[in-house]
Design a protein around this ligand. Structure first.
Ligand code: TXA
Ligand code: MG
Length: 344
């Protein structure tokens, strides 16, 4: 299939392009579009065959459910059974990087939800995504637009590496601002279960709901026989070719360890900006200042793709803190590293 690439810099002047993209989606085709978290591989959420095409393009098992993207929080009514807690979350965090799991209505086929009776709903804030969904007039089902097993794409160049020839159109809306996928919560009674940490932190959710629990799979490796609450958690999300090792310990010790390693073998290092000078003999991928977690989130997936493109024998990164936005970084890195942490 020939993929059309379109750069969108002005959603008003380029309404025609967006209308064409919306028409492709309505008629069952695939369009990759930018969001504030990562790029999405979109298809019509109400059409059985669109979900099948998405799974095929991604090379993803079809029991891993898709998130449906809506233009306005109230549009959830058409596809899911909402409640007061949903609207409290929507008022605080939508549009934005939050996905809420709700009971599914029959307008969404089971092929979109991986056979589940629940559906994941998200209202993105990126202007291109928002206008595209509005013009489409129907929810867009979209997983991250990477090939299964690769890091989520945060730029149109990453998307092209994975999806050229597999989709009808790629809309380039620049770099994704947040860089990590949305926070996913499941509403259970009057409480929330955090299934995937992201741009909306646990603390921010706790201000709104006093019963927030973190699903086991967020922090720990599940045993063979354990069933995660979110099917995506059971998949090894992304594994670089070279082993990825996360380093834990005090700052000076970790830096000394990295210096010794970089002097003796080819190491790719996802380092803090302030470490670049001291680590000059390594293959460096600076991810931001030590305290700038937002920048580190924005850079993480690009840095992992870049590090994986080198001939390094081993890739090192710092073990992130487990609070605030750090929890989202921790969750992505610990899975990419298959839980390999070295205490130095
Ligand atoms: O930021 C994002 O959420 C991006 C952009 C494109 O919106 N999308 C994204 O989709 O990350 P994906 O498919 O890569 O991840 C969706 C996750 C999977 O882990 C899946 O298992 C979980 O959401 N999920 C979807 N529907 C679910 C449901 N009904 N119950 C539990 N987990 C669900
Ligand atoms: Mg994904």
């Amino acid at each position: 299939m020939k993929t059309e690439h379109i750069k969108i810099t002005d959603i008003v002047a380029q309404e025609k392009d967006l209308c064409r993209a919306a028409a492709i989606l309505r008629s069952g085709g695939l369009v990759v579009f930018p969001t504030e978290t990562v790029y999405g591989l979109g298809g019509n959420a109400t059409r059985d065959e669109a979900a099948k095409k998405i799974y095929a393009a991604k090379g993803r098992p079809s029991d891993n459910p898709l998130i449906i993207h809506i233009a306005d929080p109230t549009d959830a009514e058409q596809y899911a059974v909402t409640n007061a807690l949903y609207y409290r979350l929507a008022k605080a965090f939508m549009p934005g990087p939050l996905t809420v799991i709700l009971p599914r209505k029959n307008t969404i086929p089971k092929s979109t939800t991986g056979g589940l009776d629940s559906v994941a709903v998200r209202c993105p804030s990126h202007p291109v995504a928002h206008r595209l969904i509005e013009l489409c007039g129907v929810a867009i089902a979209a997983p991250s637009a990477n090939l299964s097993g690769k890091p989520s794409p945060t730029s149109a160049a990453h998307v092209a590496q994975d999806m050229d020839g597999r989709v009808d159109m790629i809309l380039d809306g620049g770099e994704s601002e947040i860089g990590l996928e949305s926070t996913i919560v499941k509403i259970e009674g009057d409480g929330l279960i955090l299934l995937r940490p992201g741009g909306i932190t646990r603390d921010a959710l706790s201000l709104l709901c006093d019963k927030v629990t973190v699903a086991d799979a967020v922090l720990h490796q599940l045993a063979e026989n354990e069933r995660p609450l979110s099917p995506g958690m059971k998949y090894r999300h992304y594994a670089p070719t070279a082993p990825l090792v996360l380093l834990s310990g005090n700052e000076a010790d970790v830096l000394r360890y990295l210096q010794t390693e970089a002097a003796s073998r080819k190491c790719a290092i996802l380092c803090y900006d302030e470490e670049c000078e001291a680590l000059a003999s390594g293959i460096l991928f600076p991810v931001g200042k030590k305290d700038d977690l937002a920048k580190q989130a924005h850079r993480l997936f690009a840095a992992l793709r870049e590090a994986d493109g080198t001939d390094a024998e081993i890739i090192y990164a710092h073990l992130p803190p487990q609070d605030g936005l750090g929890l989202a970084l921790y969750n992505r890195l610990i899975r990419a590293a298959a839980h390999t942490v070295k205490e130095v």
